[in-house]
Every structure is written in structure tokens, then in C-alpha cells.
Design a binder for this molecule. Structure first.
Ligand code: NDP
Ligand code: 8X3
Length: 249
């Protein structure tokens, strides 16, 4: 039985990863800002789920987080740096700077601080796995993707550079890069709560699901310690990388 720390467990991927991990015999510390969601999940999943409120934009709270856990929950075998968000899809010159700041604070600073908070114990034990939730937006440009894609490009390079530091240790680090995933709140959040606009993103597609992501995380967790998946890009079969944007006369 491993102990997973899953950030952003109040919906979407994080919730599915929590459920799947507990089904696989592990236990999970699930975090997020929406405490009522965490409490509901704790009732459903029982004593193998520990709910903790944590705002990933609060770096002081992240630093204090590991030592504030109950003593028998402090060894984190797997960190799933999943919490994150995209806000807006306006062209760069019209984008809301507050939205850029929030994406950077959550997807970059929060993820980096959480990694820094947990990595020392993994190195000291010579054992552990970090799964960073990247995105295809790190690899392909699309209109309005600017700051979000930039944060996920950070996740990709941060992961790969950490790999270099960790050579010689049995600590694995993976950047998971999903494409379109329906069934989470990602697009509802991106469009400021507009459910119709969010649903239109997936209309007529058979997108990936949060359970597909949880399946891949379960596979990563189960791999033997000598196998590191550096990065893994997955898309639904109905999606592929686009071409260049060209303005013709
Ligand atoms: P959801 O919106 O369903 O889940 C996002 C999770 O992140 C929620 O649990 C939310 O919790 C948490 N979160 C956001 N901001 C904060 C914060 N400041 N502090 C703490 N938790 C926060 O979307 P997904 O499940 O789809 O997204 C999960 C990850 O996957 C994200 O990093 C996203 O970028 C990435 N991703 C999503 C794809 C998709 O198509 N859906 C594709 C590729 C990557 P709460 O609001 O309760 O704080
Ligand atoms: C989420 C996938 O294509 O909307 O990271 O950026 S995408």
C-alpha cells in the first residue's frame, strides 16, 4: 500500500485518481479549496482518504503542509501534482492579467513549491514518484492558449530537469500530457462558469475521460522503480496536433 498526495482532488482528474488509487489498495491525501467536496469524498472513500484544504496559490501553506499531516500520513510515496487551471481564451493582447497571474501562481509556482516540499523526503528514502500534470498545450500552440500553454511548458521542462538531478536515486518523475478530456470542470472553469460554452468544446467528440487519466496514473504507480516514464502525451483518437496558422491574402 502506497500513500499518494493528490492535489486538486475536488473534481475531474484528481477525484478520479483518488477513487482509483483507493480501489487499487492505496491511500490518498486529497487537497483542494472546496472543502465540502473533499468532505463528501471522505465519506464515500472512508479512512483511506484524508481530506486537507490547501490553496496552491498559498506558498506558505504548501511549505507547512507536510509537517502538519498526522504522523502516520507524512511519508508520501507518490505526489500527483494535478491541481491547475486554464482561464480564458481571449487573444493575448486582450487577456486579463489577473487570469495570467492566477494560472502562473497555481500551475507553476504552486506545483514547484509542492515539489520542493515533498522531494527531500523522497530523496532521503531513495524512493518515490512524482506525476506532474502537464498538457498537450505545452507542445502545440492554439489561439488563446498563451499563458496556459506557457505554464504547461514549464511543467514539462521542470520535470525533465529534475530527472537529471535525480539520476542515481530511485525517485521517478513523469510529465503527463493529456489532450481533450471531457467530464472534468476544466472548460467550465476556463469559460468562467459558462456550461454551454464548455460543453461545446467536446460536442461530437469521444474525448478522454478522467478515468482514462486515472488509469494511466495507476499504471505509472505500479511500474517497477527502475522504469521512469519521462513524459507521456495522450489524446483521444479523434484528436491530433494541428498545423500552422497561416493568414493568406
Ligand atoms: P478540474 O477543474 O475538474 O480540476 C481542477 C482541480 O484543481 C480542482 O480540484 C481544483 O480544486 C484544483 N485547483 C485549481 N486551482 C487551485 C488552487 N488555487 N488551489 C488548490 N486547488 C486548485 O479540471 P481537470 O481535472 O481537467 O484538471 C486537472 C489538471 O489537468 C489541471 O492541471 C489541468 O490543467 C490539467 N489538464 C486538463 C485537461 C483537460 O482537458 N481537462 C487536459 C490536460 C491537462 P478547487 O477548485 O477545489 O481548489
Ligand atoms: C488542456 C488541454 O488543449 O485545452 O490542457 O489546452 S487544452
Amino acid at each position: 500500500m502506497k500513500t499518494l498526495l493528490v492535489t486538486g482532488a475536488t473534481s475531474g482528474f484528481g477525484e478520479a485518481i483518488a477513487r482509483r488509487s483507493i480501489r487499487d489498495g492505496h491511500r490518498v491525501i486529497g487537497t483542494g479549496r472546496r472543502v465540502e467536496r473533499l468532505e463528501k469524498l471522505a465519506v464515500e472513500l472512508g479512512p483511506k482518504f484524508l481530506a486537507r484544504r490547501l490553496d496552491m496559490m498559498d506558498t506558505a501553506a504548501i511549505a507547512e503542509f507536510p509537517d502538519a499531516l498526522p504522523a502516520d500520513w507524512r511519508q508520501i510515496d507518490v505526489l500527483v501534482n494535478n491541481a491547475g487551471l486554464a482561464l480564458g481564451l481571449a487573444p493575448g493582447w486582450e487577456a486579463d492579467l489577473k487570469q495570467w497571474d492566477q494560472m502562473i501562481a497555481t500551475n507553476i509556482t504552486g506545483l514547484a513549491h509542492m515539489t520542493r516540499a515533498i522531494l527531500p523526503q523522497m530523496v532521503a528514502r531513495n524512493d518515490g514518484l512524482i506525476v506532474n500534470m502537464g498538457s498537450v498545450a505545452a507542445n502545440y500552440a492554439y489561439a488563446g492558449g498563451h499563458a496556459y500553454g506557457g505554464t504547461k511548458a514549464f511543467v514539462r521542462q521542470f520535470t525533465q530537469h529534475l530527472r537529471t538531478d535525480l539520476v542515481g536515486y530511485n525517485v521517478r518523475v513523469t510529465d503527463l500530457e493529456p489532450g481533450m478530456v471531457d467530464g472534468s470542470e476544466f472548460s467550465v472553469v476556463r469559460f468562467g462558469g459558462d456550461k454551454e460554452k464548455a460543453a461545446a468544446v467536446y460536442e461530437g467528440t469521444q474525448s478522454l475521460t478522467p478515468d482514462d487519466i486515472a488509469e494511466v496514473v495507476a499504471w505509472l504507480v505500479a511500474l517497477p522503480p527502475h522504469v521512469n516514464i519521462n513524459h507521456m502525451e495522450l489524446m483521444p483518437t479523434c484528436q491530433a496536433g494541428g498545423g500552422f496558422a497561416v493568414k493568406r491574402r
